[in-house]
Design a protein around this ligand. Structure first.
Ligand SMILES: [Zn+2]
Length: 281
């Protein structure tokens, strides 16, 4: 057993501290990134998750407070997907939860975006992974690019969102103005699942569910011409169509997809999903 020092920063309040850490956890784990739960009062008043790599370097800190019930819904069996041919451990070894969450946010908002990542051999693999992840649902406009190449093409790429070392540049439509709660939860589950193949299929299924459920709402809006809805009426609609109830926090997430991903289908009219019963009357 060897005690190492970890330098940890809270993603909620930014408080920083060194903590002692028994590195045998890392040596005994088959995983590439090891999640460590930081309980409340260890560093600050927040509980969060730290991801450490094999060299005991903190790769990511993700807030832990957000929970939402994911839709309990059967989706197409993805066991035949080409996604299974991709070694998800390679993905999980080099990417980290916050970046995966940011990529999902771009995808759910139909943003064209570039991830600057200096791993030329792996960049094509990452692109393929995210395309297969969304092959039956969202269309994704993603490019992984080396910084050297990006600098040369910078002027032609002004309309793209740039994800670079945790920073978000060129977010002209402000799709990152809301917290990444939901996307972080999906990314967290992806990194926590011990079976690499299962982790990909799980993530793909969540992406597909989000697409199917938001499409159902969009179809209803277009058919009925009602652009103002309540969480209750959305829940009723989904129950009628899919036989499940939705967490109201999940409905807020669908609202983002509807108003950004599907905005052109909605003839550029914004949809309002309010939390009050009265709005529906
Ligand atoms: Zn804190």
């Amino acid at each position: 057993m060897a005690i190492k020092k970890l330098f940890v920063r809270c993603p909620v309040c930014n408080k920083q501290k060194h903590i002692d850490f028994d590195n045998s956890i890392i040596l005994n784990s088959g995983k590439s990134l090891i999640p460590i739960e930081i309980p409340k009062k260890l560093i600050c008043e927040d509980a969060f998750m730290v991801y450490v790599d094999k060299n005991c370097v903190v790769r990511d800190c993700v807030s832990f407070d957000f929970t939402v019930e994911l839709p309990d819904m059967e989706v197409t069996d993805n066991q035949q997907s080409s996604l299974l041919e991709i070694d998800s451990d390679k993905i999980r070894l080099n990417l980290y939860p916050t970046l995966v969450a940011q990529i999902l946010r771009c995808m759910f908002n139909k943003a064209r975006f570039i991830v600057i990542f200096n791993t030329p051999i792996l960049n094509r693999l990452y692109e393929r992974f995210f395309r297969l992840l969304s092959e039956d649902s969202f269309s994704i406009d993603i490019t992984f690019m080396q910084s050297r190449k990006f600098k040369l093409q910078k002027n032609e790429l002004k309309d793209r969102i740039i994800l670079y070392r945790g920073k978000i540049l060129n977010d002209n439509k402000k799709i990152f103005r809301y917290p990444l709660n939901f996307e972080e939860l999906l990314a967290k589950n992806f990194f926590l699942e011990s079976n690499a193949k299962t982790s990909s299929i799980m993530l793909k299924n969540e992406v597909l569910k989000a697409y199917l459920l938001s499409s159902t709402i969009v179809d209803f809006i277009l058919k009925s011409n009602i652009y103002r809805l309540t969480s209750v009426s959305v829940d009723e609609l989904i129950y009628k169509e899919h036989g499940i109830h939705l967490d109201f926090k999940y409905i807020r997430f669908l609202n983002m997809i509807i108003n950004n991903y599907f905005i052109s289908r909605l003839r550029n009219k914004k949809v309002k999903i309010s939390n009050y019963f009265s709005d529906f009357l």
